[in-house]
Design a protein around this ligand. Structure first.
Ligand SMILES: Nc1nc2c(ncn2[C@@H]2O[C@H](COP(=O)(O)OP(=O)(O)OP(=O)(O)O)[C@@H](O)[C@H]2O)c(=O)[nH]1
Ligand SMILES: [Mg+2]
Ligand SMILES: [Zn+2]
Length: 343
């Protein structure tokens, strides 16, 4: 994978090496471990340094994101700058709900992406489907992590729902209280690999990082008791190097919404097997209800697809029809000049 870059020194290299010139001389390649408005923390073979992302000089260049491999350069009067972002092997991204073609990259060069859901609240199928699309679409291995197992008596209903959506995607149940499942997550990461965590605020992403590291490295906060809403505690995407050469984990701030693009792609990416069966239905506009020759119902009758999975698929298709109708209405209003433009 990144065999050309020596990761072996990283664990010990969390201190500032003192002189950035040494760093630039030692390794022209570095990995972005944190991004804050125009500045980045990068990890080099010699240590962690803060550099400018130099967007003035590199007009039109891609802005660095956490996880990027970059080349550093010495800019006169500015100190070390990111000269070039190397091609991304994988990337977790979301589409702007208002401008669905605009892609916002959240993390790059990850090997696995964990969709993190808290068992302290009901699992929303549409939310899991959209997050799973993000994970699958990244090009990395998707995994689902169900946190706070210690807080519920019986996880079997939640697990049945998740399995009906997840198909063959691995599911890990965790608790940071008794460390249930933490070993399974470590096994899934492994030396030299990076796991990104995505999910809503309060799902327990930063708590997982702390459990994986073994210290209270990142800030975590209680969810609001009144409505179980998270407090958006994490504000930066941060790559953390695990001790004992156990790989890396990339924490992200809670995601509030995912839009139409993710929902549309869930049909193929999450329910691809059902789409294939639907192609075999006798009628092209089959609604997979009582129609004769419905291959989807046939698959359910043969036990190839669970009833729950069929129901979730039909709900998604129905929701998409509604979303598209509303989207068309909005566009029509905009064209006729009547509607207000969105931000
Ligand atoms: N009982 C229990 N509580 C947990 C567990 N994991 C996380 N929590 C609690 O859930 C709350 C939210 O955890 P965080 O780790 O801050 O959640 P987050 O996903 O990082 O949230 P944002 O940074 O806002 O996106 C905190 O009060 C944690 O202590 C767990 O396994 N068991
Ligand atoms: Mg957090
Ligand atoms: Zn059908």
């Amino acid at each position: 994978m990144n065999a050309d870059v020596d990761l072996a020194d990283w664990g010990a290299a969390l201190v500032d090496p003192g002189g950035w010139r040494d760093v630039v001389a030692a390794a022209d390649r570095a990995r972005v471990v944190r991004v804050d408005r125009g500045e980045c923390d990068v990890m080099t073979g010699r240590g962690r340094v803060r550099v400018l992302s130099d967007s003035q000089r590199a007009q039109g260049e891609i802005a660095p994101v956490t996880g990027d491999w970059v080349e550093l350069a010495d800019a006169e009067g500015l100190g070390p700058v990111i000269d070039r972002v190397l091609a991304r092997r994988t990337a977790v991204s979301r589409r702007d709900p208002a401008e669905k073609d605009l892609e916002q990259v959240l993390a790059s060069n990850i090997d696995a992406v964990a969709v993190v859901l808290g068992l302290d609240r009901p699992i929303q199928p549409g939310w899991l489907e959209r997050l799973l699309v993000m994970a699958i679409d990244s090009g990395a291995e998707p995994v689902i992590v169900l946190t706070k197992l210690d807080g519920i008596d019986d996880p079997s209903d939640a697990r049945e729902l998740v399995d009906a959506i997840a198909g063959s995607t691995p599911v890990v149940m965790t608790s940071v209280v008794d460390r249930h499942g933490i070993g399974d997550l470590l096994a899934l990461i492994g030396a030299g690999r990076t796991l990104a965590l995505v999910g809503e605020s309060g799902a327990g992403k930063s708590s997982l990082v702390n459990a994986l590291v073994g210290t209270e490295l990142l800030e975590v906060a209680e969810v609001r008791a009144s409505d179980a809403e998270g407090r958006h505690t994490t504000t930066a995407r941060e790559l953390v190097i695990l001790p004992n050469d156990a790989g890396m984990v990339l924490d992200t701030p809670g995601i509030r919404t995912l839009g139409l693009w993710e929902a549309e792609h869930a049909v193929d990416l999450v329910f691809g097997d059902l789409v294939d069966f639907a192609d075999e239905c006798r009628f092209r506009d089959c609604a997979h209800g009582k129609e004769p020759g419905c291959a989807v119902r046939g698959a359910v009758d043969d036990g190839k697809v669970s009833k729950m999975r069929l129901r979730l698929f039909l709900e998604l298709v129905g929701e998409l029809e509604n979303l598209r109708r509303r989207e068309e209405e909005r566009e029509r209003r905009q064209r006729s000049g009547g509607g207000k433009r969105r931000r």
